[in-house]
Design a protein around this ligand. Structure first.
Ligand code: URP
Ligand code: ZN
Ligand code: ZN
Ligand code: ZN
Length: 457
C-alpha cells in the first residue's frame, strides 16, 4: 500500500534537461509526468520553485564494517536514515568477504545487517579478499543474486589481492559479465614509507598523506589498467583523488580502453593541510588521503567534462573516540569519514551554486550514471513513467549550516562542520513513500533489497 501523490509545478532535472511539469505517483512508481495533471484521488503537493531530482544513488558506503579491530559507527539503521535525509534513496554498500570466508557467507552477513533495517533501498557490491577456485565459482552465484559488481583492493593487509589474483578475478569477471571497482594504492610503497615514518617517530596524523603519496595511487591505477587491458574488460577506479591518477586513466582511454572513475566530496572540498593544521586531523584520515588543494579543481574539471562519472561518499564513519585510538600513532587511526548525509547539498552548493556544474550534470553524477553503471537503470536514476518513484525534492533557496549536532549520522563530529549550504533537501520519496519532509526523516525502514542487472554505461 502506498499513497497516490500529485506533485504540482516542480522543475524536473534529468541528465540532459530541466523541464517544468507535474508528476503523478502511484503504486511505488512514476505513473505520469506532464503539464497540468489532475487526479481527484491524489494528495496534491505544491513543489513550485523546487528541483525534482531522481533519488540519489550512493554507490560507495561501508556500514557496519569491521576494520582495524573496531566496527564503523554507522550501521544500516543510522546510515540509511542519514542517506534519506540527504536525498539518497539507494545505497550500494560493500559486502565484504573476510579471509577464509565464502562470498555466499559474506552476502548472508550483509543481508543480516541490512534486511528490515534499511530506510533507503539498497544493494551490495561484493568485496573479494580471498581469491581461490571457490571464490571464482561463487562469483557466478553472486550474479544470480543480483550482485553484479565486485570490489578489489590493491592495499590493506586484510583485503589486498596481488597482481596474479587481480588478473584471475578480472578474467572471471569478463566471463560472467560483472563490473569491478578497485581501490588503487601501491601497498609496497605505503609500507616502506610507513616504516620510515615510524623509525623517525613521525607518528602524527600529518604523516598519513606523506606515506600515501599520489604517486602510489597513480602507480596502482596504471597497473590495474594494464591488467584490465590484457583481460580486455572495463574497470572502475573508485575514490579517485588526484591529477596523476586521472592522467593515467585519460591515457588509457586515449588508447581505446573503457575506464570509469568515481570521486568523493571530501576530495573535491577538503585538502591535506587539515592533517597538519588541525588538532583533530585524525578525524580526516581516510585512504587515499586528502590531497593538496591544487587537485580539487582538477577533479571538478573532471566532473564537468565527464572524465569522472560518479560522485559517491565512501562513507566509513568512526566516532571521535574511535579515531582517538590513533592519537599517538597514525597507523592505528581507523580509516574513513562520514558523508552519506551531506553529499547532495555539498554538490549543489559548491557545484551548481558556484557555477561549476549544471543541475543536469549533478543529476548524471549522483543518479543517472551510477544507475547505469551498476545495473539499476531505468528503475532508478531517472524520473520517467514506469520508473521507481524515488524523488529528491531540492529547495534551491533553502539555507542550512552543517553541524554534528543535527546530523543523523551516528558520529559526534562532522567533517564539514560550520559549512553553509544553499540548496536543501526538502522532501524525499522512496518508491512513492514520503520518507523525508521539511528536511526531517518522517518514515524509516521502508528500504528493500534491489537485485541489479548488468552494467550499461
Ligand atoms: O579510508 C577509507 N576510504 N576507508 C574505507 C575503505 C576504503 O578504502 O574504501
Ligand atoms: Zn555452482
Ligand atoms: Zn577504498
Ligand atoms: Zn570505500
Amino acid at each position: 500500500f502506498s499513497m497516490k501523490y500529485l506533485l504540482k509545478n516542480g522543475t524536473f532535472v534529468s541528465g540532459d534537461q530541466m523541464k517544468k511539469a507535474d508528476v503523478l505517483i502511484e503504486n511505488e512508481k512514476i505513473a505520469k509526468t506532464g503539464p497540468d495533471l489532475n487526479d481527484p484521488e491524489a494528495v496534491v503537493i505544491d513543489v513550485t520553485g523546487k528541483l525534482l531530482f531522481p533519488g540519489f544513488i550512493d554507490a560507495h558506503t561501508h556500514f557496519q564494517l569491521e576494520v582495524a579491530g573496531t566496527v564503523t559507527a554507522d550501521n544500516f539503521d543510522t546510515g540509511t536514515r542519514a542517506a534519506i535525509k540527504g536525498g539518497t534513496t539507494t545505497v550500494i554498500d560493500f559486502a565484504t568477504q573476510y579471509k577464509g570466508e565464502t562470498l555466499e557467507k559474506a552476502l548472508e552477513n550483509w543481508h543480516m545487517r541490512a534486511d528490515g533495517r534499511s530506510s533507503c533501498d539498497y544493494s551490495f557490491h561484493m568485496a573479494i579478499s580471498d581469491w581461490n577456485e571457490q571464490t571464482a565459482e561463487s562469483m557466478e552465484h553472486m550474479m544470480e543474486e543480483g550482485i553484479t559488481s565486485f570490489k578489489l583492493y590493491m592495499t590493506y593487509q586484510d583485503m589486498i589481492l596481488n597482481d596474479h589474483d587481480i588478473f584471475m578475478a578480472l578474467r572471471k569477471m569478463k566471463e560472467i559479465g560483472g563490473i569491478t571497482g578497485v581501490h588503487c594504492e601501491n601497498a609496497g610503497m605505503i609500507d616502506a614509507l610507513t616504516e620510515e615514518a615510524k623509525k623517525r617517530g613521525d607518528l602524527g596524523a600529518d604523516a598519513h598523506p606523506r606515506v600515501r603519496p599520489d604517486g602510489a595511487e597513480a602507480e596502482a591505477v596504471n597497473r590495474l589498467l594494464a591488467i584490465a587491458k590484457e583481460v580486455d574488460i572495463p574497470v572502475i577506479v573508485v575514490h579517485l583523488t588526484c591529477r596523476e591518477a586521472l592522467d593515467v586513466i585519460e591515457r588509457a582511454r586515449n588508447s581505446g580502453q573503457t575506464v570509469f572513475a568515481e570521486t568523493c566530496p571530501q576530495y573535491l572540498l577538503l585538502d591535506e593541510s587539515f592533517y597538519e593544521r588541525r588538532e583533530d586531523g585524525r578525524n580526516y584520515v581516510c585512504s587515499p588521503p586528502l590531497r593538496k588543494k591544487e587537485h580539487q579543481e582538477v577533479l571538478w574539471e573532471g566532473l564537468r567534462t565527464g572524465k569522472i562519472q560518479t560522485v559517491s561518499t565512501d562513507h566509513c564513519s568512526f566516532t571521535v573516540e574511535q579515531k582517538n585510538m590513533g592519537k599517538d600513532d597514525f597507523t592505528r587511526i581507523p580509516n574513513g569519514m562520514p558523508g552519506v548525509e551531506t553529499r547532495a547539498v555539498l554538490l549543489y552548493t559548491y557545484g551548481v551554486g558556484s557555477g561549476r556544474l549544471t543541475p543536469q550534470q549533478m543529476c548524471r553524477l549522483l543518479s543517472e550514471n551510477p544507475a547505469k553503471l551498476y545495473g539499476l537503470y531505468p528503475e532508478k536514476g531517472c524520473i520517467i513513467e514506469g520508473s521507481d518513484a524515488d524523488i529528491a525534492v531540492l529547495d534551491p533557496e533553502g539555507e542550512d549550516i552543517i553541524t554534528a549536532r543535527t546530523q543523523e549520522q551516528n558520529v559526534d563530529y562532522a567533517p564539514f562542520e560550520g559549512i553553509k549550504i544553499k540548496g536543501t533537501i526538502d522532501k524525499v520519496f522512496l518508491r512513492g513513500c514520503l520518507v523525508t519532509d521539511g528536511g526531517r526523516v518522517v518514515k524509516e525502514k521502508q528500504g528493500k533489497f534491489i537485485k541489479r542487472g548488468p552494467h550499461m554505461l
